[in-house]
Every structure is written in C-alpha cells, then in structure tokens.
Design a protein around this ligand. Structure first.
Ligand SMILES: Nc1ncnc2c1ncn2[C@@H]1O[C@H](COP(=O)(O)OP(=O)(O)OP(=O)(O)O)[C@@H](O)[C@H]1O
Length: 651
C-alpha cells in the first residue's frame, strides 16, 4: 500500500515501533525483579506469581501493538491528547502510558463514539496490521463528519473486512472491532444478573467472553480470588471458544458445561424422553424434593428411655417431636440442621442430670435421634424421589444429575462458588439447571447470553423474564436482580441468507426481534433436489463443491443420516468429524441442528431441511432450522429429497 494514501503512515509506524520497544523494556524490567528479596515467603511467592503473569501477558502475540487511536481534548489543559488502544497496557520508562488497555475506561469512547454522540472524541483512527506490519489506517473526524464519508456510512470497510474474514474453526477475539451496542454490554455493571438476548451472529458469545475479560481487568482482586466460570452447552462448543480468553490474557477461567458443575456425580448413561426431561427440569421439582427430604425426618413412635447409672430418664416421643420441629425449621442445609436437635437434646439431658457428668453417655438417646433424623445422601434422595424400580440400577440422565446437585445443596450446601458466572446458550438450560448455575454465584453476579428463538431443549427457556427467578440460589424462592439487554445487529450471516432464515421466526412461538446483518453482500441459499437413495452422495458432492470455495465447511443433517453421509463423504475423499478444533484439510464437521448451535462455518450444507422443520412440537422444528441456517458466514446450500418448505421458499 502506498504511503501517499496514508500520509501519516510512517509517523504511526514509528509509534508502533516505539510501543513494541517499550513492551520489550517492560519485559526486561520485570526480568530484574527478585522475589526472594521480599520480607517473607508468602510475599515472595505472590511477587513471583504476579511477575510471571505479567511477563506471560506481555510476551503474548500482539501485546505491544495497538489497533486504534482516539484524540480528545485534555480535561485540564484543553489541548488535544492522543490515546493509542491495544490489547495490553504499555508504558515507557517514566511510567507514562504508551498504549492503553482496551478495557480501561479511557478506551470506551473508541468503541462507542458516533458522529451523533462523539463522547468528547474529535478523531478516531483504526489501524490495519498485516503480518505485524502496519499497512493502512482509516480516519473518522467525529468533530467534522463531513471531512470523510466513513462516519456517516456506518460500519467502516476495514471492520467489515475483519468481520467477514475466513473462519479458522476456532473462535477469535474481536477487541479491535467491538461495536457500540456490544461495548455497552461488555462494560455493564458487575453486580447484577445481566441477560443478553440477541439473534444468531449478533456476537453474544464474543461479547460474553470479552465481558469476562473486562470484568477480570476491572475487578482484578475480587475476581482473581473467587474465580470466573464460563458455562457452555457442550464440549464441541467449549473447544470452539477455548482460545478466546487466553488470547485476551485470561488463562485462569474455568470453562465447562452445566452438567460438569454438578456434585456429587452420578454416571450419566440415560437420555430422557422430552416429556420426562420437561418434568424433571421444572422448578416444581425443587419443593417436592425438599418435602421428601423433610418427610424422612420423623419423631420416634415410642418414648426413649435412657439408663444412666442407677437412674432412668424417659424422653417422651412428644418432646422429641417438638425438638425435631424446632430444628427442622432452620435455613442451613438439612443435614446440618440436625446439629440443633443434638443441642436441644443435650440441654435437656444436662438439666435432668443436674450436674451429673454422665449425661454424655446417653447412647440410647443418640441412637434414637439418629434414627429419627438420619444423615441423608443426595443420590439416594433423588433416586427415591424418582421412585426407581427397586433393585434395578437407574440409568441416570442429565436431568437427574441436575436434581442430584439440587438435593446436595438442600442437604449439604453449595460446594464451590465463583465471583462471576458467564452462561452461553442460556436459553437451553432448564429451571433446575439454571439453579445449579445460579447458586455458583451467591452474589447473583452473572452474565447469561442466548436467543429464545434458538431454544430447542424440552425444558429450555422461552421468556427471559422468568429466568431471574430460577437463578435465585436461596431456598426463599427469591430470584436475583438483573436486567435484559438486546443485541440487534448480526455480524455472521449475510443479509440474503438472514432474510430467509428470519421468515422462520413467526413460527418459533417466541417473541424475538429479527436481527439485521451488517453483511449486505452474498447469495440467497441454493437448493439441490435429489432422490432419497441418492441423498448421501448428493450431499457429499455438494459439500465437496462448497469446500472448494470455503475450506471451513460444515454440514447439518438429521442424526439418522450421519452414517450414510459419512460413508458418501469418504468416497469423495472427505472425512466426517464431530468437532471443530484442529481440523485436518479434508475434515468435514457434521452435526445435528441441535448440536451445531453456537458454531459457524464459511460454507454450510443443510441436508433434508424439511425433516429438521418437521420436529415436534412445530415451534421446535422452526427453531432448529433457524439454528441450522444461521451458521453460515458466506454460503448456505440445501440438499433435499423432499419438498422445499414453503416458509423459506422465496422463489
Ligand atoms: N464486533 C465484531 N467484530 C468482528 N467480528 C465480530 C464482532 N461481533 C461478532 N463478530 C463475529 O461474528 C460471529 C458471530 O458471533 P457470535 O458467535 O458471538 O454470535 P452469537 O450471537 O453468539 O451467535 P449464535 O446465536 O449463533 O450463537 C463470530 O465469528 C464473531 O467473531
């Protein structure tokens, strides 16, 4: 690129060189820190750890670079100040900032300033770096929008180019191109349950992960101590997002599924029928399990006689029943409430023994009380609640496992909590699963992102307003405080595909606003008709064609076709795989519409869309096809042996 089009390119390149040199000096300075000179071992360990983390962060790719610049008048002198925005904070030898961290408050206007509301920014510059070299920049004069057309034109071309760039199969960070409505969500207050509703490709996953990184920056001490948890729907999805937080410099975040959180573990081998999953996932189960746990605590049938030396003490069944009632009425976990019963019994014994130390030997009373109030085990409690066939081993299902976690909390308390919890594809969690997640953040500090139009599990959520109640971790039934934010602009799916997919929305049975795409170019979905016999080979041929144009090509098909399509793919030299990380050249990820959620591919082939649409209930079919169609970044091809569903037939 010629420097003529970019008169300040040399100047900015020199700034970049200086930023990198300052980064190198920071690394050198950190290298000279000697933790062993600290006053004590704990301080020394702390220093060693802090230095190690800082070095690791500064050595990560792009750490010394910046991607943006904003100019604004200094609040004190009024003179124009320039701020360079990058992935890490870089300072010079005197400690003056050379690059500010994208998460610092000073960086927010870089993302949010518009011609209408410039937020004090007079000028914004976005840099293009290619293989480490600065090749171009784009200017916006926010104090004089007529000076260039780009501000008024919406999203600038380099940003669009970045958004439409070929995918690698792993999700990437988007710090250089975060958009205004996304930035507002990323920097929202930590002390709340924030629910983010947005159509496919509006950046919910990206925003949720960048929010985690932002909160770790903004509340470092609190979050480093108590940890951050990211909950995703399945392992393929967790693999897909696994690099984003480390590349943002945050390595100590736990990423797992809601099922992984459950304690104690049962061996999950079964799958529930939808009706059973719905029943087990519903919030009503909780009260019933509690009722059952409390019903297991019963007063004795007879009075309890305790011989102590030559004397006998009789404890009336009615008295013990009174103690039990008092002890039951606590707020601590049920197994711990028994302690109160023990105290009440001891007090009475002591009183009756009147100074005789042998009250401690009242074994029969202890035995009787243990029988009345046994220590209950969560797995057994749920097994009995579900009324398993006696003697037959239960094939535990995911929904059962969530109930076991609920029972464990009821009986023993919550085992492990986090300072902040992020949940992706939150619409698919049942009420019981949301409680499992919610109690991992007793302070109610959560970010849930999802799309009710993509809710396809039997006990999933269809109205976000209901979700706050489920997230309440206490037994009082009170929910958590929170807000619902919307993301409306899509960055994945090209407009010609999104327009067709949005036609399914009225059939989804939920109240979801169609998102619009920033990516106006592209083709409407293509169709290939074939016979049922030829379907696998037609799918394989289509995949091969699409894969010529887009290396990252994914396939969505009903599960019963996976084997035959896999065999047909093998015949054309392609390999069906069920993951998206570390893909080989000839690998073709194949998923059901349910499992492809959250993922994306440059090219997407959907087999037998009418079968996907025919799922029951009809709203679920529409949601599944909506999910499948909205995975495409560049191209969508249907292959079918059936009718073209009228709803997506645009002629
Ligand atoms: N501001 C942005 N700059 C660049 N790319 C972006 C931006 N926002 C989103 N993207 C990209 O758009 C794609 C879709 O984002 P993401 O997967 O976060 O959307 P989503 O709302 O979670 O979608 P779904 O509902 O399908 O799960 C991703 O490739 C993401 O990197």
């Amino acid at each position: 690129m010629s420097t003529e089009s970019f008169p300040e390119l040399e100047f900015e390149r020199a700034r970049l060189t200086r930023a990198r040199a300052c980064r190198d000096s920071m690394i050198d300075r950190l290298g000279t820190v000697d933790p062993s000179s600290a006053a004590d071992e704990i301080t020394s360990e702390y220093i060693e750890m802090t230095v190690w983390e800082a070095l690791d962060s500064l050595r990560s790719p792009g750490a010394g670079d910046f991607f943006g610049r904003i100019d604004e008048p200094s609040p004190t002198t009024g003179e124009s100040e320039e701020w360079y925005i990058g992935r890490r904070h870089i300072e010079d030898e005197r400690g003056d900032p050379v690059v500010v961290d994208w998460r610092a408050p000073i960086s927010a206007p870089f993302y949010r300033a518009t011609a209408i509301d410039p937020l004090g920014v007079t000028f914004r510059r976005r840099f293009t770096l290619s293989e480490g070299e600065m090749t171009a920049y784009l200017d916006e004069h926010l104090d004089d929008p007529d000076a260039d057309g780009s501000v008024a034109a919406g999203i600038p071309d380099p940003v669009l180019a970045e958004i439409g760039a070929e995918r690698s199969g792993a999700m990437r960070e988007i710090v250089a191109t975060i958009q205004g409505e996304q930035d507002i969500v990323i920097r929202a207050d930590i002390d709340q349950a924030l629910i983010v509703q947005g159509g496919p490709g509006t950046g919910k996953t990206a925003v949720a992960l960048h929010r985690a990184a932002f909160l770790l920056f903004e509340h470092r001490a609190r979050l480093a101590r108590d940890g951050v948890l990211v909950v995703g729907p399945n392992q393929a999805f967790l693999d897909y997002i696994s690099n984003v937080l480390p590349s943002l410099g945050e390595k100590a975040v736990r990423q797992c599924t809601a099922l992984d959180l459950c304690i104690p573990k049962v061996e999950v081998t079964g799958i529930d029928e939808p009706e059973a999953a719905r029943w087990k996932g519903s919030a009503e189960r909780l009260a019933e399990i509690e009722e059952r746990a409390l019903a297991a605590i019963q007063p004795p049938d007879d009075d309890v006689v305790v011989p102590l030396g030559a004397r006998k003490f009789t404890f009336e069944a009615s008295l013990i029943a009174e103690w039990i009632e008092t002890a039951k009425d606590g707020i601590v976990p049920i197994n711990q409430r028994r302690e109160r019963l023990r105290v009440l019994a001891q007090q009475e014994l002591r009183r009756r023994c009147n100074g005789d130390d042998r009250w401690r030997e009242a074994g029969p009373l202890k035995t009787a009380l243990n029988k009345c109030w046994p220590t209950q085990k969560p797995v057994k409690l749920v097994d009995q609640y579900l009324d398993g066939p006696r003697g037959k081993k239960r094939a535990w299902t995911p929904a059962d496992q969530f109930l076991v976690d609920e029972a464990n909390t009821l009986l023993n308390g919550t085992p492990f909590t986090y300072a902040h919890v992020v949940v992706d594809e939150a619409q698919d969690q049942s009420a019981v699963a949301l409680r499992v997640i919610g109690r991992r953040s007793p302070a109610g500090s959560l970010t849930l992102v999802g799309d009710v139009a993509q809710s396809t599990t039997p006990a999933g959520q269809e109205r976000w307003a209901d979700v706050f109640a489920h997230l309440g971790s206490g037994r009082s039934g009170a929910g958590v405080d929170g807000t619902i934010a919307d993301l409306t602009i899509g960055y994945r799916v090209p407009e010609p595909i999104l327009t067709v997919a949005n036609r399914l929305l009225p059939l989804t049975g939920v109240d979801a606003t169609p998102s619009r795409s920033v990516r106006v170019d592209g083709e409407a979905p293509s169709w290939r008709h074939t016979s049922p016999d030829e379907l696998p080979s037609a799918v394989a041929a289509t995949v091969r064609d699409v894969k010529h144009r887009h290396r990252l090509t994914g396939l969505v098909a009903p599960v019963e076709l996976h084997d035959s399509i896999g065999a047909a793919l093998a015949e054309v030299g392609l390999v069906a795989v069920d993951h998206v990380h570390e893909l080989g050249h000839d690998d073709v990820p194949i998923f059901t519409a349910e499992a492809v959620k959250g993922l994306e591919f440059d090219g997407v082939v959907v087999a037998e869309p009418h079968t996907i649409l025919d799922a029951t209930p009809a709203t679920r079919g529409a949601r599944l096809l909506y999910v499948a169609m909205t995975r495409a970044v560049q191209e969508l091809a249907f292959v079918t042996s059936g009718d073209k569903p009228a709803v997506i037939d645009v002629g």
